[in-house]
Structure formats: C-alpha cells, structure tokens
Design a protein around this ligand. Structure first.
Ligand SMILES: Nc1ncnc2c1ncn2[C@@H]1O[C@H](COP(=O)(O)OP(=O)(O)OP(=O)(O)O)[C@@H](O)[C@H]1O
Length: 683
C-alpha cells in the first residue's frame, strides 16, 4: 500500500469544500454521476476511433444504496483510471483531467466537457470516507483502490475489479443520512440526471403482483438518454413536443405552442421553449425553464440568465457555453449569457411573427392566452417591443382583433378630437362599464377591451411613444368629453350651478373613503341626468401604485369620483325649479341680503384701492370686517338651506342613486332605500 498527501496548498481546503463549495449538498450526486457518464462517453469515443477493444455496448451507470454499510456507490463501465491517473486527476485536485483529454480529442470536445472543477471532491460534503475502485481500459492495467477519509491523507493499493470501469463508494456521514433514503435519492436523481446521455440505473423496476408492488429483476433506468431537445426538429411531430412537455411538467396544462432552439454559432445552444397558458397570477408561473449543460441539469432559476419576461416560458435550454459552477452575478455579467439572452428574445419574437403570418385566425384564437406574455415583454424589453408591433393585437368589444396599424385606420376618421389627437377608448370591464361602453357605441365610437393587469403600464408606454395618441377609459369622463370635437355651450348660469352644487353634494354617499366632486356638463336632453366618472389620470396612477405594491403616493389617495350633472336634462331643471319653490321667500331674502352686503363690500373695497393702510379710516375698516363676517354667515345659511333641500328632495336622491346604480355602486341599505323610494314614486 502506498500512502501520500493530496496535493492541495493548505490543509484547510477540505473543510472549505465541505462547507462552502456548494450550498446544495445534494449536488454531490450530480457531480459523481456526471463524472461516471463522462468516463463512459470517453470510452465510447475511444472505441469509435478503434483505439480500444473494450466493449461499450452495455455502457451504463449504476447507483446503488447499502443502508447497512451506509454507503452510496456509483459504478460505471467507462474509461477507468490507472494509479498514475489517480495521482494526476484526483490527488492533484487543482488539475482538471478534462483539459488534457480535450486537447487530444478536440473535434469531439462537445460530448466530453468537464466543467465542474472540483466535482469529485463534492462527495466529501456528505461522506466520512470515499473510496475509488477503478480499472483502466489500457492494456495490462491493474485495478487500484484509492481511499480517503476526508483529511488530506489518502491511501492507494491494489484491488480486485473484473471489468474496466470505476466504482465511487461514499460512506455517508451522520449529518447526511437523509441521502440514505431511497426516496430522497431517487428524487435527486430525477432532478439532476433525468436526461443524461448514458443510461443511469437505480434499483429494480417494480410491478403489481397479487395486489402489491414487487421488484422485478429488470434494472430501473431513471433517465431518458435522447430527450426531445437533442433531436432535429424535422424528426419531431407535434405529439413528441407535447409528450416531452408532459414529462417536464406532469401537472401542467397543455402549452399553446413551442419554439425549438438550435444554434451552433456564435455559441452552442439547443432547447425547446413552450408558451404556457398563463393564469391570472404571473408570479407562480415564473421560472419554470430548466437549464442544462450537456444534458446535466443545472438550475431552474433562470432569472438574470434569460430576459425577465421570458421567465414566463417553460421548457429546457441546454448550452455547454454557459459557465455553470460560478456565482449568479458572474453568470449575469457573462458575455455568452448576454448573447444567449438576446438571441432567445429574437427567436421568440420571430416565432410569434411567423405564427401570426402563417395563420392569423389561429393566432387570434390564442391571443387572449398569449397577450399577458407579449405585453410583459413589450414593457420590459424595448427590442422585443419593437418587433412585437408587428403582431400585437387590440381586441374590441365586438371580439374583433386589429393590429396597431389596422386599428388606427379604423378609428382615424371618427375618433380624432379637436386638438388632432387620436383617441382610443377602452373598457377594463365590459360588465361594470356597460352603460359607458353603450353610450360611446351609440356615438359611433369603437371601444377596446383592455382588461388585464398590465393594461395600464402598457397604455402609458404607448402614449409615451406616440404623443398624438390618447387612451381613455370609457368611464373616465362623459362621452362628450372623451373625444371633444368642439367647445361646448352651457345651459345653466354660473349662479344656478353654484346653487345646485351643494344640493347634489348633499346626497352623495359618504362612506367608503370615496370623495365626490360635483361637476356640470351639457350632455344633451337625451343624455343621462347624472353620470359618475373616474378621472383617467388619477385612476391610472392608482393602478400603477397597486402594481408596485401600494407603496406609491397615488396608491394611498382616497378614490375620487366625478358626479357629472347634465345641465341640459329636464329633470335637472326640475330640481332647480322645485328648489326655488320649496325654499321660497325666506331663501330669496337670504340671497338678496347676501347680494346687498356683497355690493356694499365691493364698493368699500373699491374705495380703498390705491390707498395706504393708514389712510383708510378705522370706521371703514371695521365696517369691512363686519361685512365679511355677515357675508360668511349668510353664505353658511344659504349652503345649509341648499344642503337641507338636497337631503329632503326625493328627486335629487333618486337621480344620484340611479347614477350609482348604473355603476354597480348602490349596495346594502342604500339600495334598499332606493327600491322603497322608487315604489313610492311610482305610486
Ligand atoms: N468515474 C470516473 N471514471 C474515470 N475518471 C474519473 C471518474 N471520476 C473522475 N475521474 C477523473 O478525475 C478527474 C477529476 O474529476 P472532477 O470531477 O474533480 O473534475 P472534472 O470532472 O475534471 O471537472 P468537472 O467536475 O468540472 O467536470 C476527471 O477529470 C477524470 O479524469
């Protein structure tokens, strides 16, 4: 037996490997199994070149578990190692054996790249002791056994092994005994090794016999050696893509369609990406793409590796050019990774454009499921946004689809306002905003449906890019104001409006932290007497605030609605008339009094003009002050009378309630009262 010291610069390397090399301890299995796969492939390469007569026909990697001895063993019938090679590749751990092999067999390099640096030593994260029993393929090579208990000391001795290949025997330590559970182990194999290119077996297949599961004598192969993405697109049918998707996501809904990536210049990349049917919550759909390197699973958290919006896609990307065992931040700044990312973006946009051109009808059918994804892309990636203008679709309330260009043509004539802006009308909820949609349609306008969470930021973006286009939600103003074609004429005098304002204010609901602002507008005799609208700017700001998690100034503001009184409506005129009748002489007196006092004050103010303060007689100042007080008092009385009238007047209440009802905002007690009042009014 020969003893020696592993060639590391410091005795402290082992603890470092154990603790810090990989945060996921389960990665040891990936490393050891992929070394075994590499060794097998190396032997196949040699056999293919006629450089060895060792049979590679039944090449496989076997993982076995011995719960009594507390060992996990990974065996392969690959290339094996001589004692010298162990010295070189294992003992001199800074040296990566793959390099030498690569130099020699450059043309076959792709299949045999070792990229995990200290891969073998990751076994010490979970083991007290590791043994290698190996026999090289080289003529006359003797089997050897290397053994190391986790200190830098190792031993190497002769051993028995009938066939060429290697066993890695790991004596699992107390802290890691979870890995001695069969379920756990097969879980890890399924995660990392599912698509390795050489058969990997673990345990035996089972079958149902006499009402229970029994083991057969057939090896249980855990991997598929030729997964769909490694095949040429021409060799795959729709069903093959669909069944591969089911393999990746057994619980997932059927995807909409897929993109098969196959790049070999300027970098190597293969993969299949699927467009899933997105559900409402975006977050849970994210990060389902699996990243592989030569069929070895690396990660399923691809943030920063593919563009943000593409994390919504599902599927597999495999590239030997992605540096894998490095930190995430390094990965994100890697130039290869950046190229890959923009390449995928382009491919995805191309594919969507293709689908749009090939079958518009089919594309439209899928649009509702696709749009969140495309909108997300347009918002976060300007290059994608540019390309997407070719296939982004608007959908109107009739269920018809238009490209940006087509829609512009459709509305240009009718929906250009007096300032020469093109106005796009939209609804975010056809049910709730039904009356507004209908009113707009009656005017001959077209209304779009923009009902998803990304609509508001997307509209903001469209408007930023096109300064002559405006998007307004149908309920953000009365239809006359949405697309203002000419300056309006007024039906009520300033005084009349001033008096009506507190009357209607008095019957606005007070609960729910909603502010109402009474406003007046000529909506025509056939228009509704009262309409409730939501200011577009404030609403969008609130929407954005909510998207950002409510941490935004506007998000916290109380909701503010406009109560628009139709100045041309006969019922509004009726309120005005009945107010005069009801408040009668007493109210007239207050008004006359108020007017007289105001005139007096104005005259005094006028006389004061141009004089310095000390030139104004004290009596006059006092008089002005008294007048101010009386005016304020009279104003207060006037307001009180109007408020009181508003509250008692059934018609006022009824009109406001009707407007609330049309907006689905009349609930509970208020609704009950409305119904009772309506019955009474009909009687
Ligand atoms: N099962 C095996 N059969 C034959 N040689 C092996 C086996 N396992 C490891 N080796 C040899 O030991 C070397 C070191 O392995 P290790 O996993 O530490 O690094 P690597 O495989 O070279 O690099 P990486 O882990 O990054 O792929 C390998 O390059 C290979 O030459």
């Amino acid at each position: 037996m020969q003893k020696g010291k592993i060639g590391v610069s410091s005795d402290n390397l082992f603890p470092i490997i154990k603790k810090f090399l990989y945060s996921d301890h389960d990665i040891f299995l990936r490393e050891i199994v992929s070394n075994a796969v590499d060794a097998t492939q190396k032997l196949k390469t040699l056999a293919g070149r006629g450089e060895t007569s060792v049979s590679v026909e039944h090449a496989k990697v076997r993982v076995s578990l011995d719960t009594d001895k507390k060992t996990i063993t990974v065996s392969d019938n690959g290339i094996g190692m001589t004692a010298d090679e162990i010295e070189k590749y294992i003992n001199q751990i800074a040296f990566s054996g793959a390099n030498e092999f690569l130099e020699k067999y450059e043309s076959d390099a792709n299949a045999i790249i070792g990229h995990f640096g200290l891969g073998f030593y990751s076994s010490f994260m979970v083991s007290n002791k590791v043994e290698i029993v190996t026999k090289s393929y080289k003529d006359g090579a003797e089997a050897v056994k290397w053994s190391c208990d986790g200190s830098p000391e190792y031993s190497i001795e002769e051993a028995e092994r009938a066939e060429v290949g290697t066993d890695i025997i790991m004596y699992i330590n107390e802290d890691s005994k979870e890995f001695l559970e069969k379920e756990r182990l097969s879980g890890i194999l399924n995660k990392y090794c599912k698509f390795l290119p050489v058969p990997v077996v673990f345990g035996k297949e089972t079958e149902w016999k006499d009402g229970k599961q029994v083991e057969t004598d057939k090896d249980n192969q855990i991997n598929e050696t030729n997964p769909a993405w490694t095949k040429a697109p021409v060799d795959l049918k729709d069903e093959d893509y669909a069944s591969f998707y089911r393999k990746l996501y057994p619980m997932g809904d059927e995807p909409l369609f897929n993109i098969h990536l196959n790049v070999d210049y300027p970098f190597n990349l293969t993969g299949i990406l699927y467009f899933p049917k997105l559900k409402n919550s975006i977050e849970v759909q994210k990060n389902k793409i699996q990243l592989y390197s030569n069929q070895v699973f690396v990660t399923d958290s691809v943030e920063g590796i593919v563009p943000e919006f593409l994390t919504l896609l599902h599927g597999v990307i495999d590239s030997p050019d992605i540096p894998l065992n490095v930190s995430r931040s390094y990965l994100q700044s890697d130039s290869n990774v950046k190229k890959i990312s923009s390449h995928i973006t382009k491919k995805v946009a191309d594919r969507l454009h293709q689908l749009f051109k090939d079958s518009r009808a089919d594309f439209e059918k899928k649009w509702d499921d696709l749009k969140i994804f495309i909108e997300y892309g347009m918002l976060t990636d300007d290059k994608f946004a540019e390309r997407a203008m070719n296939f982004f679709l608007f959908k109107n309330t009739e269920g018809k689809y238009f490209t940006f260009e087509e829609y512009e043509k459709l509305i240009k004539e009718n929906q250009t306002n007096k300032d020469n802006n093109l106005v796009y009308l939209y609804t975010s909820n056809l049910e709730e905003q039904y009356t507004f949609v209908q009113t707009a349609k009656d005017k001959g306008y077209d209304v779009l449906i923009m009902d998803d969470v990304l609509a508001t930021p997307l509209l903001n973006k469209f408007e930023q890019q096109h300064s002559d286009k405006r998007f307004v939600r149908v309920d953000s103003d009365v239809v006359e104001n949405l697309i203002q074609k000419e300056d309006e004429k007024d039906e009520l005098s300033w005084d009349e409006k001033e008096e009506l304002s507190p009357v209607f204010q008095a019957v606005c609901p007070e609960a729910n932290g909603v502010n109402y602002l009474v406003d007046f507008k000529n909506l025509g005799e056939s228009g509704q007497p009262i309409v409730i609208t939501r200011n577009e700017f404030m609403r969008r700001m609130k929407d954005m605030g909510q998207l950002q998690g409510g941490m935004n100034f506007y998000g916290d503001l109380p909701e503010s609605l406009n109560l628009v009184v139709n100045t041309a409506h006969p019922l509004v005129q009726k309120v005005l008339d009945s107010k005069d009748k009801k408040l009668g002489k007493a109210f007239e007196t207050i008004k006359e009094d108020l007017n007289a006092k105001k005139q007096e004050r104005d005259a005094l103010e006028k006389a004061k003009e141009g004089k310095k303060d000390e030139e104004v007689p004290a009596a006059e100042k006092e008089k002005l002050e008294d007048l101010g007080k009386s005016i304020a008092e009279l104003e207060k009385q006037k307001r009180e009378k109007l408020t009181d009238f508003g509250k008692k007047n059934k018609l006022t209440k009824q009109l406001v309630d009707l407007a609330l009802l049309a907006n689905g905002m009349l609930k509970g007690e208020a609704l009950d009262q409305f119904v009772r009042r309506s019955v009474e009014l009909i009687k």
